[in-house]
Design a protein around this ligand. Structure first.
Ligand code: GLV
Length: 330
């Protein structure tokens, strides 16, 4: 008998077709935003969930005891209580690697856009304020040859570092829970420093660390106060890593030159103090959003779900499990 699965958000039709070859599929073609209660209701009798940012916690798992696999189409899975899943034998998968370069491109684009005041310049032009050349019109700060600071040196952090060191001649410093091997540091041209040194010496800070209780407000008022006057900050990791109110104050007071933000505390809401500022580039969580990468993420999430529920050529061996120990016990 086929397993039943729920696809929580609209997704590429070809991916749905592939899932239907293996499963009875309930999809969400209208892309409705379901409440937690609605998600639980629709998950009844389903063994698999194809998810994105839905909150998967112990209460949901207890209400859906037949669930065996939660396959997320994202690299970050802070919306999932992985320990609660593991305790109940539910495998969790994410989509690492396939989005690394695309996300790093976007992160670097935000660094450049913030430092060089690109969106501010566009708004200036569109509102008809551009009259003539002026020596200090929309002058920003250089990126090439400055110091790039990377907080969180995983796959995406390393891809950002590579762009900075090899593409823009930047000196790269980083801080991470664990230090990289010396050979990797050499290849990236990156130097490990403690967090305080990172904040003090960086011209352009990029945040690429996973969100957890430990990284909540990893950059708050105290950390912002350590940063060089005129530095920039870019966040492509998760909302909540930066204290958005404190960041807005630092930008408003001109202590930081600019910021580039793709993620926000409480998104899709954005702190009104950020919306009121012109020296921040704001984008709606789209760092991985190229057609090819979103396709690759959806394909990988589907591969994971198919394999996690014992189907297809990799039955029992999903390519990118977050809690592989669950599979070993099956
Ligand atoms: C996007 O934020 C992701 O985690 O893939």
């Amino acid at each position: 008998m086929k397993h039943s699965i729920l696809v929580a958000r609209a997704i590429f039709p070809a991916v749905l077709d592939r899932l239907r070859e293996h499963f009875d599929v309930e999809s969400n073609d209208a892309d409705a935003l379901w409440s937690a209660a609605e998600l639980i209701r629709r998950l009844q009798g389903k063994q698999g969930l194809f998810a994105t940012g839905e909150r998967i916690d112990a209460a949901l798992l207890d209400a859906c005891p037949q669930l065996r696999a939660v396959c997320i189409m994202a690299v970050g899975y802070n919306n999932v209580d992985v320990d609660a899943c593991t305790a109940r034998g539910v495998v969790v998968t994410n989509t690492p690697d396939v989005l690394t370069e695309t996300t790093a491109d976007f992160g670097f684009a935000l660094v450049l856009a913030a430092a060089r005041r690109m969106t501010e310049g566009e708004h200036f032009l569109r509102r008809g304020a551009w009259r003539m050349w002026r020596y200090d019109m929309l002058t920003g700060c250089d990126v090439h040859g400055t110091t790039l600071g990377v907080l969180g040196m995983g796959r995406i952090g390393q891809a950002i570092a590579k762009r900075g060191a090899h593409g823009f001649g930047m000196k790269v410093i980083y801080h991470n829970r664990s230090r990289l091997d010396a050979a990797i540091e050499d290849g990236l041209g990156a130097r490990y420093v403690d967090k305080e040194t990172l904040l003090r010496e960086t011209d352009h800070l990029v945040l690429v660390l996973p969100y957890s209780a430990a990284s909540h407000h990893a950059v708050g008022a105290a950390e912002l106060a350590l940063m060089k006057p005129g530095a920039t900050l870019t966040n492509i990791a998760r909302g909540g890593i930066v204290d958005d109110a404190a960041l807005a104050a630092a930008l408003r007071e001109g202590r930081l030159a600019a910021a580039g933000l793709d993620v926000f505390e409480g998104e899709p809401q954005v702190h009104p103090d950020l919306l009121a500022l012109s020296n921040v580039v704001l984008t709606p969580h789209i760092a991985s959003a190229t057609v090819a990468t979103r396709q690759a993420m959806a394909d990988l999430a589907a591969d994971n779900l198919i394999a996690a529920l014992g189907c297809g050529p990799n039955a029992g061996r999903p390519p990118t499990p977050v809690n592989p120990g669950v599979l070993a016990k099956r």
